[in-house]
Design a protein around this ligand. Structure first.
Ligand SMILES: [Zn+2]
Length: 179
């Protein structure tokens, strides 16, 4: 088989992620991804990125929370529960708009999760994403990785602009200010 044939074959068997629209070659056996509205191929890219963060303490502290929250809300819709989408949107809000340190976010989200009784539905934006987890996965160094996560999370948060005010309201009501 020539290289050209290989490319054609890959295109014919590519699959677009229903959440972030990332196109990846279809894999015959990929791991499951719970309830996220993601292709298994996209999910496997995400697990690679998580692996890089788990193996680098600085990277983990600086951007891991942004990665988790960005990936989650870029894969809303489908069977992804309102609670999970709302929690991760508030996570982005806390870091990007309130300058909360990423490592302080999990405790605040725990407060949120135990306080809210009825979770609001936030409508996912039309899938016009400028970046995906793939842009992070291809980074060669930790500093590039961190930079890519910051740009990716900012673009994801911006895409959710129509829901920003409702997300801020949810955070103001249930997460203590001045942390
Ligand atoms: Zn995806």
């Amino acid at each position: 088989m020539t290289v050209g044939e290989g490319v054609r074959t890959a295109q014919q068997t590519s699959v677009a992620c229903p959440g972030c629209r990332l196109e990846m070659p279809r894999r015959p056996a990929s791991q499951g991804h719970g309830y996220y509205n993601a292709s298994t191929e996209c999910w496997s890219v995400y697990t690679e990125v998580l692996g890089a963060e788990f193996s680098n303490a600085v990277l983990f502290g600086q951007v891991h929370q942004l990665t988790v929250d960005s990936y989650a809300v870029q894969h809303a819709g489908g069977s992804h529960p309102d609670k999970s989408v709302a929690v991760h949107l508030v996570g982005l809000h806390l870091v990007l708009e309130r300058s909360v340190r990423p490592t302080q976010v999990p405790a605040l989200l725990q407060t949120l999760a135990s306080s809210v009784r009825a979770w609001p539905h936030f409508e996912p934006p039309p899938a016009q994403w400028s970046m995906t987890v793939f842009d992070v996965a291809v980074c060669g160094s930790a500093s590039e990785h961190a930079e890519a996560v910051r740009a990716w999370s900012a673009s994801v948060w911006e895409a959710w602009a129509p829901e920003h005010s409702r997300i801020r309201d949810l955070a103001n009501e249930h997460v203590g200010y001045g942390q």
